[in-house]
Design a protein around this ligand. Structure first.
Ligand code: PLP
Length: 394
């Protein structure tokens, strides 16, 4: 048999999907793969039903239906503090997943370097490899998930750095980058002349007084930022596969070519239904999303505290990192990896988590990730199952 490409041999399939598979086998509560367990807003499902009868059912314009581009640019113009041109500065993609891959293929030549914070959303490793680039990892150090400025500057100054990937708010660690941190990254992008490719799918899921700031809104940064975003999380439609990239006209023209040959385009009826609903939503909708997730985070954090399970303090996203050091010190878990511990948890506690090592480049074995995009009753059920873990330490 002819050999498959070297490319596909350099990364494994998703650990999260593996956890989901085992979770289903044991009928556990799946807090590994993050997606909401409730229905999308009625406006969205009603629009989908209407569109099923009315169409469109044929290809849309490859870079996205005009009305959806206009609706999204209207929203993002406010966040970016400048008018985003729906004719030239946006391409609609099949989720942020395709948006990121499209950006990487648009920006990188084989051999270019890409700076990635670690821990990172696992797709970035594969995106980098598939676009032919080499990653340089810079740690975000727990528990604050802060970065060392000198270390970041050193990474960015290496010859061949073409882009930095910025997930903000950040999966898996829940960090929301502060203005001064973004300004520092922006100063490096200008100094060493690279793009910032951002992933902002959790832009509305921020807690307390944390504020999500778009990198592209910083002075001089629209030109060198490719902002990837998605409708998946904001409208609870992860299965619809709608996302977009916003950037300068020249980069977007190139990204539209990549997108065209990768997918032709996002599904036309789905774009139309999403557009009808988005046009009907005002600021209350987005405030509601924030409020809903804030309540879930508070409930989950309070529950973990009551049980005595140490955890990170997420500023945004719907993920939380749990510290399992104390458990790994127990004789029955001696020598266990975080992956093995997660498998044990599924079988014995009935809750599925993701081993932290799948997000970190550093040899981290004491953290696991849970998500809280679940209804209150499921979260309470998960907490009551997790309380069995505390008994082990008594
Ligand atoms: C940081 C981040 N980016 C992108 C995605 C995927 O987004 P989409 O559904 O738009 O492809 C996820 C999903 O979990 C994510 O956590």
């Amino acid at each position: 048999m002819p050999q498959l490409s070297n490319r596909v041999m350099t990364f494994t399939d998703s650990v999260i999907r593996r956890m989901t598979r085992i979770s289903e086998e044991y009928d556990a509560i799946n807090l590994s793969q993050g997606y909401p367990d409730w229905d999308p807003p009625r406006e969205i499902t009603d629009a989908l039903a209407q569109v099923a009868g009315e169409g469109p059912h044929q290809y849309s314009i490859t870079f996205g239906a005009k009305n959806l581009r206009e609706a999204l640019c209207k929203i993002e113009s406010e966040r970016f503090g400048r008018t985003v041109d729906p004719e030239q500065e946006i391409v609609i993609t099949c989720g942020s997943t395709e948006a990121m891959m499209t950006c990487m293929m648009t920006v990188c030549n084989p051999g270019d370097k890409v700076v990635i914070f670690s821990p990172f959303y696992e797709n970035y490793g594969a995106d980098t490899i598939l676009s032919g680039a080499d990653p340089i990892f810079v740690p975000l150090t727990p528990p604050e998930y802060s970065f060392d400025r000198a270390q970041l500057a050193e990474a960015c100054s290496q010859p061949g750095v073409k882009a930095l990937i910025l997930c903000n708010p950040s999966n898996p660690c829940g960090k929301v980058f502060k203005r001064d941190e973004l300004e520092f990254i922006a100063s490096l992008a200008k100094k060493y002349d690279f793009y910032v490719v951002t992933d902002e799918v959790y832009e509305y899921i921020v807690f307390d007084d944390h504020e999500h700031i778009c990198m592209a809104s910083l002075p001089g940064m629209f030109e060198r930022t490719l902002t990837c975003n998605s409708l998946s999380k904001t409208y609870s439609i992860t299965g619809w596969r709608l996302g977009y990239v916003i950037g300068n006209a020249e980069a977007i023209e190139a990204a539209r070519k990549v997108h065209d040959f990768l997918t032709v385009g996002a599904a036309a009826p789905i774009q139309e239904a999403a557009c009808r609903a988005i046009e009907a939503f005002g600021p209350d909708y987005y405030a509601g999303v924030k409020q809903e997730y804030q309540e879930k985070r508070d409930l989950f954090v309070k529950g973990l505290d009551a049980i005595g399970i140490p955890h990170s303090n997420p500023e945004g996203t719907y993920f939380i990192m749990v510290d399992i050091t104390k458990y790994l010190e127990l004789p029955q878990f001696a020598g266990m990896s975080d992956l093995e511990f997660c498998e044990w948890m599924i079988r014995n506690i009935g809750v599925a988590a993701v081993p932290g090592s799948s997000f970190f480049r550093e040899p981290i074995n004491h953290l696991i990730r849970l998500h809280f995009a679940r209804s209150e009753s499921v979260l309470n059920d998960a907490l009551s199952r997790l309380s069995k873990m505390a008994d082990l330490l008594k």
